[in-house]
Design a protein around this ligand. Structure first.
Ligand code: NAD
Length: 476
């Protein structure tokens, strides 16, 4: 007998969202100079959550000016003093984590289980980790007294709004830089709450500036002549445009772009564990994950057994209200992203792959897509080549380890990969041959602030996290 789940909603009352927000410049919230605003909606209900300012060129100028002014004093502080602010920010994030988790689930659509148990703990851990580096930069392997770069212009996507902010801001501040950050237009709220946390922590004015806006705001920020460092996470297409803007200037650049990871299962793998890893690899965060295991490569001899177990497991996934603690898969972040997922999934069918999804009822308002898998996928299919950035898995098969490596590497991307096998020597052999920045063995989507993360090829360059993550913010 299957048990029924009773609703277990997290309370919304822990978060107080204002009807409107300004830009955070020089320690104050202010409207955009030309008065432009846009709305941010909850993707699970299509309810307008708030109205935020749309920063234009003059706001970008003001924010960069504030960051430049603050840089002089901030960079001259002893590392141990900068660390105190970062530790304070980390502790406030922990104290306010329930509020921030609910906010993130409302604005992004991700399940509260993930925002509460993955995003928020990792956000705090990132600030704690880089706080620890602030007074030890001379021991990081970049010279005895490495210097910061100056003003960092940072642009982030919507899939992990607060976590991507932490990945960008924590190392930048630890190294003595000041920051102008632009969150994605569909998820601006947690960055604005972070601005409030900076005030709560007594962070000097102008050290962190938050500009909400769309791609035009991002483009103005990365092109600003007084920005010394550009850090971008987002699509490969925009990453290429930014690389063109920055080319020929002295700006230092790191790009964290898309991915099409292979999750490779050998016949000797523990099938039940591999199934959990496959589910976590592609359905975590609705598949809105740059390092998602979106291509399953399964050894032919265990294909039937594995697919049967995977379908059984997928049938138990619960899609629905992001604030319900039983929800596994929340809402797709926007109508545009939903349309993109639908069109790529349709192309899979049109090109001859076989589509399967468990029976599941989707809510009538909001943006939803059922967990889906495609079998009979070939290397030439669009669903095997293009990043879908949604809960869609493409299944391919292989016979030998060499064939698995060849298929895994047959992509313009190179961000991550997974290997499932009992054999340690095979893990090492494969990891050496896979052209991916991160290779997980018998697990997937594991993150830790001490571990560097980044890509090869069209997945970008530069590393975030770990000691390596300091390099991008130091003059080395
Ligand atoms: P996107 O590139 O459209 O947008 C990302 C950010 O860039 C947003 O803040 C957007 O406003 C801004 N932007 C848009 N046009 C710009 C321009 N011309 N100049 C400067 N900024 C501009 O991507 P998205 O749809 O928000 O995010 C999804 C993509 O991000 C996926 O491809 C995913 O793989 C990638 N991603 C990568 C990582 C990583 O670490 N490698 C992490 C998360 C997401």
């Amino acid at each position: 007998m299957a048990f029924e789940y009773a609703p277990a909603p997290e309370s919304r009352s822990v978060v107080d969202i204002a009807p409107s927000y300004g830009l955070f410049v020089d320690g104050e919230f202010r409207p955009a100079e030309d008065g432009k605003v846009f709305k941010t909606v909850s993707p699970s209900s299509e309810e307008v959550l708030s109205e935020v300012a749309q920063a234009g060129q003059s706001d970008v100028d003001a924010a960069v000016r504030a960051a430049r002014k603050a840089f002089e004093k901030w960079s001259a502080l002893p590392g141990a003093e900068r660390a105190k602010y970062l530790f304070r920010i980390a502790r406030i994030i922990q104290e306010r984590s329930r509020e921030l988790a609910v906010l993130e689930s409302l604005d992004n659509g991700k399940p509260i289980r993930e925002s509460r148990d993955a995003d928020l703990p990792l956000v705090a851990a990132h600030f704690f980790y880089y706080a620890g580096w602030a007074d030890k930069l001379g021991h990081a392997g970049f010279g005895s007294d490495p210097k910061p770069l100056g003003v960092a212009g940072q642009v982030i996507p919507w899939n992990f709004p607060l976590l991507m902010l932490a990945w960008k801001i924590a190392p930048a501040l630890a190294c003595g830089n000041t920051v102008v950050l632009k969150p994605a237009e569909t998820t601006p709220l947690s960055a604005l709450f972070f601005a409030d946390i900076c005030r709560q922590a007594g962070l000097p004015k102008g050290v962190v500036n938050i500009l909400t806006g769309d791609g035009s705001t991002g483009a103005a920020l990365v092109a600003h002549p007084d920005v010394n460092k550009v850090a971008f996470t987002g699509s490969t297409e925009v990453g290429k445009a930014i690389a063109r803007t920055v080319a020929g200037t002295e700006k230092k650049l790191t790009l964290e772009l898309g991915g099409k990871a292979a999750n490779i299962v050998f016949e000797d793998a523990p099938i039940d564990q591999a199934v959990e890893g496959i589910v976590n690899g592609i359905f975590f965060n609705q598949g809105h994950v740059c390092c998602a295991g979106s291509r399953l490569l399964v050894q032919e001899s265990v294909q039937d057994e594995l697919l049967e177990a995977l379908k059984r497991r997928m049938s138990t996934l619960r899609v629905g209200d992001p604030l319900d603690k039983n929800t596994d898969i929340g809402a797709i972040n926007s109508a545009e992203q939903l349309a993109r997922i639908k069109s790529l999934a349709d192309s899979g069918e049109a090109e001859g792959a076989e589509r399967w999804a468990p029976r599941c009822e989707l809510p009538s308002t909001g943006y939803w897509f059922a967990p889906t898998l495609f079998t009979g996928v070939t290397q030439a299919h669009r669903i095997a080549r293009e990043e879908i950035f949604g809960p869609v898995l493409s299944v391919l098969t292989f016979r030998t380890p060499a064939e698995a490596v060849e298929k895994a590497n047959n992509t313009p991307y190179g961000l991550s990969a997974g290997i499932w096998t009992e054999k340690g020597s095979r893990i090492l052999w494969m990891a050496d041959k896979l052209r991916a920045g991160v290779v997980w063995a018998n697990t997937f989507n594991k993150f830790d602030p001490t571990s560097p993360f980044g890509g090869y090829k069209e997945s970008g360059f530069g590393r975030e996290g770990g000691r390596h993550g300091l390099e991008a913010y130091l003059n080395v």
